[in-house]
Design a protein around this ligand. Structure first.
Ligand code: PEP
Ligand code: MN
Length: 345
């Protein structure tokens, strides 16, 4: 860290800072400039105390970090992109992963017909919420354990792997029995106890970006899962809240490009929550491929107009087939190929 001392500070007050830096375990290296001095604090910032406490001294003007706060998620510590295996399917690398399915698991017919359609279309993962985080307590909350049972059945019948949201630490174990990937939703992206419990399940964890999360905070949420011993982490950009009203959220494709630069973790884009409008989903998916995403999480429903949640943003089966057709030239241009299901379950 670098501690910047205010101009016109007396030598004994500079010495005081040097001593504090040493007391906190760093090796101080003072540099005296013409107008101002700085004290470089040599030592690993991730294992030593944060020197921002020195701002309590009146002679300290600023304290600057040098290292990234997300050590394990950072590309610096892992220059090659990671490949995360989920249900024996590798995510990342050249393969491009499609995770598709309804916003909510509603009933057996809805889920099984959708599973069949998205598998035929090119998906390798079936998505669908059994536990739904709804803004209003009067809205459909998901089928809970019955939803998990249906997801397990869909997996058994189609071979698709399962991604589904876990809302509470108490449900991690039972969701992990069925899910190949645990989804941490935007509303829970800084629920640190949930991130830790998900990490400890050993299942791959997809960490959505919160509506108001800075990229650094999002990467630190992923860092929670990594720091608790689970290396299988996926990042997911799903739109952030801005002043714009033409879309439900503003899908931040620049965050995808930045996450790919800053981190080695695979990045998945959810255009459905990202814009909230079915007619924009294909265009945003093409953009996601172009900026380097490793996969998509897309909502698909047999009859979006009858959906119990998020009907306005779900594709029907024709829309899903069209999506795959439209992204194909973008995948070719990006030297990516659509992932296929292994022949054995
Ligand atoms: C969802 O995937 O249906 C969902 C609720 O996502 P998010 O947490 O991004 O809102
Ligand atoms: Mn949804």
């Amino acid at each position: 860290m670098i501690v910047v001392i205010r101009p016109h500070t007396s030598p004994d007050k500079i010495d005081e800072v040097i001593q504090e830096v040493a007391a906190l375990g760093y090796t101080p290296a003072p540099i005296h400039g013409v107008n101002q001095s700085v004290v470089a604090a040599i030592g690993d910032e991730n294992t030593h105390p944060n020197l921002e406490s020195l701002l309590a001294l009146p002679q300290v003007e600023r304290v600057l970090r040098v290292q990234k706060r997300y050590r394990l998620a950072s590309r610096e510590t892992h220059p090659d992109g990671s490949i995360v295996e989920a249900g024996s399917i590798p995510i990342g690398g050249r393969a491009f992963t499609i995770m598709a399915g309804p916003c909510s698991v509603e009933n057996e017919k809805q889920l099984l017909t959708t599973a069949e359609a998205v598998r035929e279309g090119g998906a390798t993962f079936l998505r669908g919420g059994a536990y739904k985080p709804r803004t209003s307590p009067y809205e459909f909350q998901g089928l809970g354990p019955e939803g998990l049972r249906l997801l397990a059945k869909a997996k058994e019948l189609t071979g698709l792997r399962i991604i589904t949201e876990v809302l509470s630490e108490h449900d991690v174990e039972r969701v992990a029995e069925v899910a190949d990937i645990l989804q941490i939703g935007a509303r829970n992206s800084q629920n640190f106890q949930l991130l830790i419990a998900a990490s400890k399940s050993g299942r791959p964890v997809l960490v959505k970006r919160g509506f108001s999360q800075r990229i650094e905070e999002w990467l630190l949420s992923a860092e929670y899962v990594l720091a608790h011993g689970n290396p299988k982490v996926l990042l997911c950009e799903r739109g952030i809240r801005t002043f714009e009203t033409y879309t439900r959220n503003t899908l931040d494709l620049s965050a995808v490009a930045i996450a790919k630069l800053e981190s080695h973790l695979p990045v998945i884009v959810d255009p459905s929550q990202g814009c909230g409008r079915a007619e924009l989903v294909v265009t945003l998916c093409c953009g996601a491929v172009a900026v380097g995403a490793d996969g998509l999480l897309v909502e698909v429903h047999p009859h979006p107009a009858e959906a119990l949640s998020d009907g306005q943003q779900q594709l029907d089966f024709t829309g899903f087939r069209n999506l795959i057709k439209q992204i194909t030239p973008f995948l070719e241009a990006a030297n990516r190929s659509l992932q296929t299901l292994p022949t054995q379950k």
